[in-house]
Write a protein that binds this ligand. Structure first.
Ligand SMILES: Nc1ncnc2c1ncn2[C@@H]1O[C@H](COP(=O)(O)OP(=O)(O)O)[C@@H](O)[C@H]1O
Ligand SMILES: Cc1ncc(COP(=O)(O)OP(=O)(O)O)c(N)n1
Length: 268
């Protein structure tokens, strides 16, 4: 069985973070493993508090996985602090995994910081160059490239700035623009629009986590980067279309819709 490892924060509400990543791996028939970087007390409305995990325990988790199990792809999400960024970068550099997908998570939908401001330079310098692909949303890309992104032309220019920062490839997500959610994939040479149709729902908690872990799952299965991005985009669109109206805020996406449909389990 193909395998994937997520290095990310825990979301007690189950819609984002480690929980979303493991559900996504399972939905792709990929064996999921996890390294927890921080615990968030979170639901569909808000993040109430965050407890970072000790750096030594984070290093131990990564080593425990790599020293025993094969890892076909790695997805990185919430890293919280500068020292966690450095620990993850240094420990992964020892193992040189085949595929690294970095979602540069910064702020939750409810506006809670998930990456300290003083961790941004470590993320840029130590981790971004290690990743095969980074998957920023528009606000994250604006901070990382220090430029405004107001339209699809600005998205292209931001991708070129990422290349100058030493990034190998980028999927710049267009979900935060008011147009259709078209994402731009740049492999350092060519641009590919990965187009989507906007689903009008408030239930979009964890969309970024789910998309990046679907890319990792598809890479683990041996797909190219471009195909992995295209398959992941199709997966997230269905997951949003059939999202779950749970909680009082932004409900989670439906990670297992296709599986439930095939098993005739919806609405039971
Ligand atoms: N309402 C929506 N309908 C369809 N696709 C969406 C919608 N919102 C976001 N997406 C897509 O979901 C993925 C995650 O994007 P986004 O929500 O921008 O990330 P993040 O959760 O990191 O802010 C992208 O492929 C984006 O285009
Ligand atoms: C623990 C944890 N990790 C990441 C996020 C952010 O996830 P994202 O997919 O960007 O979803 P929203 O926060 O936009 O709903 C998170 N909230 N918690």
């Amino acid at each position: 069985m193909k395998t994937a490892l997520t290095i990310a924060g825990s979301d007690s509400g189950g819609g984002a973070g480690i929980q979303a990543d493991l559900k996504t791996f399972a939905a792709h028939s990929v064996y999921g493993m996890s390294v927890i970087t921080a615990i968030t007390a979170q639901n569909t409305v808000e993040v109430r508090s965050v407890q970072n995990i000790d750096e030594q325990i984070i290093q131990d988790q990564i080593e425990a996985v790599f020293d025993d199990l094969k890892v076909d792809a790695v997805k990185i999400g919430m890293l919280s602090s500068p020292s966690i960024v450095t620990t993850v970068a240094e420990t992964l550099a020892k193992y040189q995994p085949n595929h690294i997908v970095l979602d540069p998570v910064m702020v939750s939908k409810g506006g809670h910081r998930l990456l300290a401001e003083d961790a941004i330079s470590a993320l840029k310098e130590e981790l971004m160059p290690l990743a095969d692909i980074i998957t920023p949303n528009i606000p994250e890309a604006e901070i990382l490239t220090e430029q405004k992104i107001l339209n699809e032309l600005d998205m292209k220019s931001a991708c070129i700035s990422f290349k100058k920062l030493g990034v190998k490839s980028v999927l710049l997500k267009g979900g935060h623009l008011s147009t259709d959610p078209n994402d731009l994939f740049y492999d350092g040479e060519n641009f590919y629009w990965v187009k989507g149709k906007r689903v009008h729902t408030k239930n979009t908690h964890g969309t970024g986590c789910t998309l990046s872990s679907a890319i990792a799952a598809n890479l683990a299965k041996g797909n190219t980067l471009l195909t992995s991005v295209q398959l992941a985009k199709a997966y997230i669109e269905v997951a949003i279309e059939h999202s779950l109206d749970l909680g009082n805020g932004h409900g989670p996406t439906n990670h297992f819709y296709e599986l439930y449909k095939r098993a005739h389990l919806m609405n039971q």
